[in-house]
Design a binder for this molecule. Structure first.
Ligand SMILES: *Cc1c(COP(=O)(O)O)cnc(C)c1O
Length: 403
């Protein structure tokens, strides 16, 4: 492991970088908005009234702290001691709302009345629309036309919450195109608009800021495991799309060298098929959406189409901090295929009575691959990032059942 980690893991650095990753690769017109955001965030972070407000809504609105649940029957199956961090029990059904709470409170402080966001599967769109409704802010969610069609129930949810869903038809009409459009909107409407990004990606200060808001997951989990087991876990694991639920759990454990960190990416139909979304396992370094990180790209540097059974993992890039942790060898990454994820889904349903999100099912599907590298009964914390209700249509299709 690199010496950098020993005592002083303090990233992003002053230039907004995690090693060579991150940064601000944006049009000059966007720089003032990023500077304003960074200043406002640094001020809020040190302000105890902001922290108190965050804590209040985390407790009373989101339903935190979420339980750290010992999954006894799943543990027996794998010969490990598996604890689930139950982010599926958050209001709106996933971890995304931890971040939108933080950012919408920040937008309010900054006096921004118009909120924009991008969404793929619709989970971040719903979480943003939810917080905007709660605080009476105007909400526009950019969404690829293809995703609008695939994720109709979440589109309806956003509309019920009072948000406007803006269809994006450019490119592949999916998440990466929605993010491009949202960045364009921001440049045009910088005065009154706040851009709420849904994961630990995008230009600085987003990756570090979103991680800070999500790290409530890891802080709680660390206290909970110390209480329940009297020691730190042997490993922590989470699925990786952009990387926000993973960084949220991992961050407070980075300096604990005895704790192994494992990220699980979407292997789709297998790495050899080319139909996957495993940017860290199979990608190369490049620039997308204002940041430098690992990306899925062709020889000319064009972003290649991605595939995953889980819409929330279907993104060609990944947050810069995870790229850095990979290079430092502080974290290991594996890819889990669609069918391995389905097995993880079925296991949790049948053994523990919990229907997990298909994203989280990827982490659950990784035990077969990773268990050899742990001693019997090692303690593992797995981030159950969301619940599976939103995925029932997809699961029915895979199982060839009509609803
Ligand atoms: C969006 C989403 C993910 C993937 O996003 P990250 O930023 O990688 O966490 C994972 N799980 C669920 C339930 C999601 O909604």
């Amino acid at each position: 492991m690199n010496l950098d980690l020993k005592k002083t893991y303090a990233y992003p650095d002053k230039r907004g970088r995690f090693g060579q990753y991150g940064g601000q690769y944006v049009a000059e017109t966007l720089m003032p908005a990023l500077r304003q955001l960074e200043e406002a965030y640094q001020k809020a972070k040190k302000d105890s009234s902001f922290q108190k407000e965050f804590q209040y809504f985390a407790l009373n609105y989101i339903g935190r702290p979420t339980p750290l649940y010992f999954a006894e029957r799943l543990s027996k199956k794998w010969g490990l001691k598996i604890y689930l961090k139950r982010e599926d029990l958050c209001h709106t059904g996933a971890h995304k709302v931890n971040n939108t709470l933080g950012q919408i409170l920040l937008a309010r402080r900054m006096g921004k009345k118009r909120i924009i966001a991008e969404t793929g599967a619709g989970q971040h769109g719903v979480a943003t629309a939810t917080m905007c409704a709660r605080f009476g802010l105007e909400c526009h969610v950019y969404m690829g036309e293809e995703d609008i069609y695939r994720q109709a129930p979440n589109v309806f949810r956003m509309k019920l919450l009072g948000a406007q869903v803006v269809p994006v038809t450019s490119g592949s009409a999916t998440l990466k195109d929605a993010m491009n459009e949202a960045l364009r909107d921001w440049i045009t409407n910088i005065e009154n608009t706040y851009y709420c990004i849904g994961t630990v990606a995008g230009p600085h200060p987003y990756p570090g800021m979103v991680r800070d808001f999500q790290s409530i997951i890891g802080k709680e989990a660390k206290n909970q495991i110390l209480k329940q087991e009297g020691r730190l876990p042997h490993g922590v694991m989470a699925c990786v799309g952009g990387g926000s639920n993973a960084m949220g759990l991992f961050y407070p454990f980075i300096k604990e060298k005895s704790v192994r960190i494992i990220g699980v990416e979407a292997g789709g139909e297998g790495l050899k098929s080319g139909k996957h979304a495993a940017a860290l396992v199979a990608g190369r370094v490049g620039v997308l959406h204002g940041q430098k990180s690992y990306l899925l790209q062709d020889q000319e540097g064009q972003i290649t189409p991605t595939h995953s059974i889980s819409a929330g993992l279907d993104y060609p890039g990944v947050g810069p901090e995870l790229a850095y942790l990979k290079d430092l060898k502080r974290a290991d990454f594996v890819a889990v295929t669609d069918s391995e994820a389905m097995q993880g889904f079925d296991d949790l349903a049948k053994l523990e009575g919990i229907l997990p999100a298909l994203e989280s099912s990827h982490a659950l599907g990784a035990f077969k691959k990773i268990k050899k590298s742990f001693k019997k009964n090692s303690i593992i914390i797995l981030n159950l990032s969301g619940r599976g209700d939103k995925d029932l249509n997809t699961v029915a299709k895979v199982k060839k059942v009509s609803l």
